[in-house]
Design a protein around this ligand. Structure first.
Ligand code: GDP
Ligand code: MG
Length: 614
């Protein structure tokens, strides 16, 4: 018994989850697939046949508007939840969450008011369901749907289409294979004219989900009885017919309570000369048990498909959540952790760009391989070492006393002047690599999927990375300038030692002194300086890339966000959550998703646990 209750209770809870989450469509054919996999009981019958009365007696409480004429004008989805013995009975409407009704007269009033809210105080109907849950130790776990009664003609105040409208609405509830049909026919009418049976036969020709209920047995003409119907001879169904005796209008007016009504019903069958032999299989209580039993069988049979539907929904929700990103933690520690994770994700991608997993790092090599050598080649050494300039520089350096052997000062000035030109291409290499790195930061941020939802953090990371790159650039510039300066601060002595000594070569000091101011002399000086500068250029072509990689690329790989990490480590919870602020619409979607996921997971656990208990 416990298993049966837990099974039906489980379905009830899933159904409740579906309704709370709006995963059902009501009468408009848009039920979700999960809702459709779960059985529910719909009450069908002609107007005033006793549908609401049957529902009430199954529930064991008065709470439904009843009477003559069209009383039920919107579907009422009634979920019964069995609670622990001794706990307080209460009702709750989906449209009034958090308001507990303990007075069932107020429940009835709310159903009336809520009906009127959509239809007005008219005789119109609406397919928009009202959802009501009842929590009580005295109910069985069941989902029941009370529907407007089928009619034959439109009465004053109703549109001509009302008869058809009601039928379509009722049909939309009972044609689903998950629907168990409680077909209510009054015993004081010929069963051949029953609207309930007519519709039930239409949607369930085999009769395996139809339960025939015969009401108003007490109102049958004297001398007639319903034995033929109740014993299945008039109209055969897979399930046995159940006869009930509800409260009459007079009983209702006299406020006969449910307990008394049930006792009277029991007495009616026990003492009835016609139905005495069927007494144990008649009445509202028996009907409730019969329904529960049937529900259990149906649910058992559906467990595999329910499980797979739940699993499918969970998979879908998980992947949607992955897409939306997981919810952000609320405590500062976890937020800090999230931020660091996001930074690391970005950093990983940035490194991949540099190391070659992703494109872009090769452009740095391009700077060293093309840009720098080209810039070095373009330096205006021809002009600097023109005959004219060499003569000018050397003469100026000599002053009033021309040099004797070699123009030491002239050489130095010419070389210094030439080496100064190397500053330009060196700094340009630093800048070029800086811009490649900056571009890679921009790209990597765009490619960090996890960061997409956090525009603020994105901007902060970009800002911090660019600041760091700026610092690396400064440092790199200082270093390459230093390399250039080092070249001019100490010249390679060897180079000059190896130059053929003009004096010795000439062999004649006097002649060579004369020669000293000839064109050939200056040309030789120019060409010596030029080959020295060429040698330095070769050296710098190799050392500048080393300096740039050391100061910028290697630093970017190792410590791009280090400064940022220390900064956020000092931040308060509020500042951290500001970094993690995201699009409110996205947040809302995720919350919905997460809530749904939680419910489905709970449902899966429950299904798992009940499906093993047999
Ligand atoms: P619905 O329109 O199908 O929901 O029917 P209701 O439950 O509102 O019942 C219509 C009227 O029939 C009410 O006045 C009930 O008191 C009365 N009624 C329903 N069932 C029985 C029954 O078994 N015996 C008697 N005497 N009256 C009943
Ligand atoms: Mg009714």
């Amino acid at each position: 018994m416990a298993t049966m209750e837990s099974l039906i209770g489980l379905v009830n809870r899933i159904q409740r989850a579906c309704t709370v989450l709006g995963d059902y469509g009501g009468g408009d054919n848009t039920f979700s697939s999960l809702w459709e996999a779960l059985p529910s009981v719909a009450v069908v019958g002609g107007q005033s046949s006793g549908k609401s009365s049957v529902l009430e007696s199954i529930v064991g409480r008065d709470f439904l508007p009843r009477g003559s004429g069209i009383v039920t004008r919107r579907p009422l989805v009634l979920q019964l939840h069995k609670t622990e013995e001794g706990s307080q009975e209460y009702a709750e409407f989906l449209h009034l969450p958090r308001r507990k009704f303990t007075d069932f007269a107020l429940v009835r009033k709310e159903i009336q008011d809520e009906t009127d809210r959509i239809t007005g105080k008219t005789k119109q109907i609406s397919p928009v369901p009202i959802h009501l849950s009842i929590y009580s130790p005295n109910v069985v776990n069941l989902t029941l749907i009370d529907l407007p009664g089928l009619t034959k003609v439109a009465v004053e105040g109703q549109s001509d289409s009302i008869v058809q409208d009601i039928e379509s609405m009722v049909r939309s509830y009972v044609e689903k294979p998950n629907s168990i049909i409680l077909a209510i026919s009054p015993a004081n009418q010929d069963i051949a004219t029953s609207d309930a049976i007519k519709l039930a036969r239409d949607v369930d020709p085999a009769g395996d989900r139809t339960f025939g209920v015969l009401t108003k047995l007490d109102l049958m003409d004297k001398g007639t009885n319903a034995i033929d119907v109740l014993e299945g001879r008039s109209y055969r169904l897979q399930h046995p017919w159940v006869g009930v005796v509800n409260r009459s209008q007079a009983d209702i007016n006299k406020n006969v309570d449910m307990i008394l009504a049930r006792r009277k019903e029991r007495e009616y069958f026990a003492t009835s000369p016609d139905y005495g032999h069927l007494a144990s299989k008649m009445g509202s209580e028996y009907l409730a048990k019969l329904l529960s039993k049937h529900l259990e069988t149906v649910i058992r049979a559906r467990i595999p498909s329910i499980t797979s539907l739940i699993n499918k929904s969970i998979d879908e929700l998980e992947s949607e959540l992955d897409h939306l990103g997981r919810p952000i933690a609320v405590d500062a520690g976890a937020q800090l952790y999230t931020i660091l994770e996001l930074c690391r994700a970005f950093d990983r991608i940035f490194k991949e760009h540099l190391d070659g997993g992703r494109p872009g790092g090769d452009r740095i090599y391009g700077v060293f391989d093309n840009q720098l050598p080209a810039a070095l080649r373009k330096l205006p050494f021809d002009r600097h070492l023109s005959l004219q300039n060499v003569r000018k520089v050397v003469s100026e350096a000599d002053g009033y006393q021309p040099h004797l052997i070699a123009p030491e000062q002239g050489y130095r000035r010419l070389i210094e002047g030439a080496l100064n030109y190397f500053r330009g291409p060196s700094e340009a290499s630093v800048d070029a690599v800086h811009f490649v790195l900056k571009e890679l930061v921009r790209k990597s941020i765009g490619e960090t999927q996890e960061l997409k939802r956090f525009p603020t953090l994105q901007a902060e990371i970009a800002g911090a990375a660019n600041e760091a790159l700026e610092r690396f650039r400064e440092d790199s510039k200082k270093t390459v300038i230093r390399l250039v300066d080092m070249e001019s601060s100490y010249l390679t002595v060897d180079f000059f030692r190896r130059l053929p000594q003009e004096v010795e070569k000439a062999g004649n000091p006097a002649a060579s002194a004369n020669d000293r101011y000839t064109e050939g002399h200056f040309r030789r000086i120019g060409s010596n300086v030029s080959s020295y500068v060429g040698m330095v250029s070769e050296t710098l072509k190799n050392t500048i890339p080393k300096a740039v990689v050391y100061c910028q690329v290697r630093e970017a790989k190792q410590s791009l966000l280090n400064h940022f990490y220390t900064q956020i480590g000092k931040k308060e919870g509020k500042q951290l959550s500001q970094l993690l602020d995201e699009d409110p619409a996205l947040m809302e979607r995720r919350q919905q998703c997460a809530k749904r996921l939680e419910l489905y997971k709970a449902a899966r656990d429950e299904v798992d646990s009940v499906s093993w208990v047999r």
